[in-house]
Every structure is written in structure tokens, then in C-alpha cells.
Design a protein around this ligand. Structure first.
Ligand SMILES: Nc1ncnc2c1ncn2[C@@H]1O[C@H](COP(=O)(O)OP(=O)(O)O)[C@@H](O)[C@H]1O
Ligand SMILES: O=C(O)C1=C[C@@H](OP(=O)(O)O)[C@@H](O)[C@H](O)C1
Ligand SMILES: [Mg+2]
Length: 171
């Protein structure tokens, strides 16, 4: 059993997938994203899974994908924004190097507001994002070994800040 060098958590649109790829490049390791694993395994988009089967079915698929990635992958791993809702997933994250990428609501709306690929923000994104964060903020904070704010930072600056926060700067 192995574990990732860095796991990224945080809300939809904060840049986990973007920054995850940059971090992997910087560290010279592989990048993996559990949303991509799900799309590949299921042969359909995340939005289609939500529409066809509903959120609970998606969470069950996600839980298996996250467990596999957390126990197999040795590089940088980005999780979907809701993965931390699962208590077993949170237990698996304990003791790992977990970075919580954070942002405020205005930044969130800029990055995700018009993006239909994220079904949970499809209607009234600002209100839905606030509600999601009320339910999840403490879960992200509890899971995190480092919190990296992304507001007003480019993906490259966020990557640099994450490496600094983890003291992996010279990697
Ligand atoms: N630091 C950033 N500043 C501005 N836009 C960003 C930043 N990081 C990511 N983005 C953009 O926000 C959107 C969501 O990024 P993504 O990496 O898919 O987030 P996540 O995987 O956390 O949902 C993309 O359009 C991406 O280009
Ligand atoms: O926060 C969530 O509940 C979700 C986040 C999405 O991933 P990103 O955080 O990569 O957008 C994706 O897994 C799905 O749409 C549900
Ligand atoms: Mg993503």
C-alpha cells in the first residue's frame, strides 16, 4: 500500500485539478484526479451520473474511487470537492499530507458560476456555494495539514504557496 505525496481538498472550482497538475510537474511525480478516474470507469460525465442516478449513487462511486487512489497513488492526488463528506474517506486522510485550497464566495462564482459541468452549482451558484461551504468548511479544515488561500493568486502562485506551506520548496 502506498500513499500520495500531496492530497488536495477544497470546494469546487478552487483549482485542485489545475494546481494538482502544476504541483506534480514541479515535484516530478504523477498526477491523479478522482473525478477523472470516475469518468473513465463509468464512461460518462459527472453531471450525467448526478442526473441519471442522483447524488447518493455518485457519492458511493466516489468513495470507492477515492479509497483506491489514496491507497495506490504515489504522486499528487486531487479529490472532488465533496469527497470529505464521507467519514471513511476522512479517516483515510488522517496522517496524510493534505492541502486545503480555499477561496471566498466571489472568487468561487467567477470560477464556477457559469459552468454546467458542476451540477451542485447549476442554479443560483452564489447561494448554493455558501450553503455548501457552511456544511463543509470544518471538514476541509479538519482534514488539512496546510491551508492555502487562492484568492487573487494565479495557479502558479498557489502552487508556490503550497510548496512553501509544506516545506517542499526546494523539491
Ligand atoms: N488560481 C486561479 N485563479 C484563477 N482561475 C483559476 C485558478 N485556479 C483554477 N482556476 C480556474 O477555475 C476553474 C476551476 O479550476 P479546477 O482546477 O477545475 O478546480 P477544481 O478541480 O477545484 O474544481 C478553471 O476554469 C480554472 O482554469
Ligand atoms: O463538491 C462537490 O460535491 C463536487 C465537486 C466536483 O469536483 P471538483 O471539486 O473538482 O469540481 C465533482 O466531484 C462533483 O461535481 C461534486
Ligand atoms: Mg477538479
Amino acid at each position: 500500500m502506498s500513499s500520495p505525496v500531496i492530497v488536495l481538498v477544497g470546494p469546487m472550482g478552487v483549482g485542485k485539478s489545475t494546481v494538482g497538475q502544476l504541483l506534480a510537474e514541479r515535484l516530478g511525480v504523477a498526477y491523479r484526479d478522482t473525478d477523472d478516474d470516475i469518468v473513465t470507469a463509468e464512461g460518462r460525465t459527472i453531471a450525467d451520473i448526478f442526473v441519471d442516478e442522483g447524488e447518493p449513487a455518485f457519492r458511493a462511486i466516489e468513495k470507492r474511487a477515492v479509497r483506491a487512489a489514496l491507497t495506490e497513488h504515489e504522486g499528487v492526488l486531487a479529490l472532488g470537492g465533496g469527497a470529505v463528506l464521507d467519514p471513511d474517506t476522512r479517516a483515510l486522510l488522517a496522517g496524510q499530507r493534505v492541502v486545503y485550497l480555499s477561496m471566498d464566495v466571489e472568487e468561487a462564482v467567477k470560477r464556477t458560476g457559469l459552468n454546467a459541468a458542476r451540477p451542485l452549482l447549476a442554479v443560483n451558484p452564489r447561494k448554493q456555494w455558501r450553503e455548501l461551504m457552511e456544511a463543509r468548511r470544518h471538514l476541509y479544515e479538519e482534514a488539512a495539514t496546510a491551508v492555502v488561500p487562492t484568492d487573487g493568486r494565479t495557479p502558479e502562485e498557489v502552487t508556490e504557496a503550497a510548496l512553501n506551506a509544506l516545506e517542499l520548496k526546494d523539491a
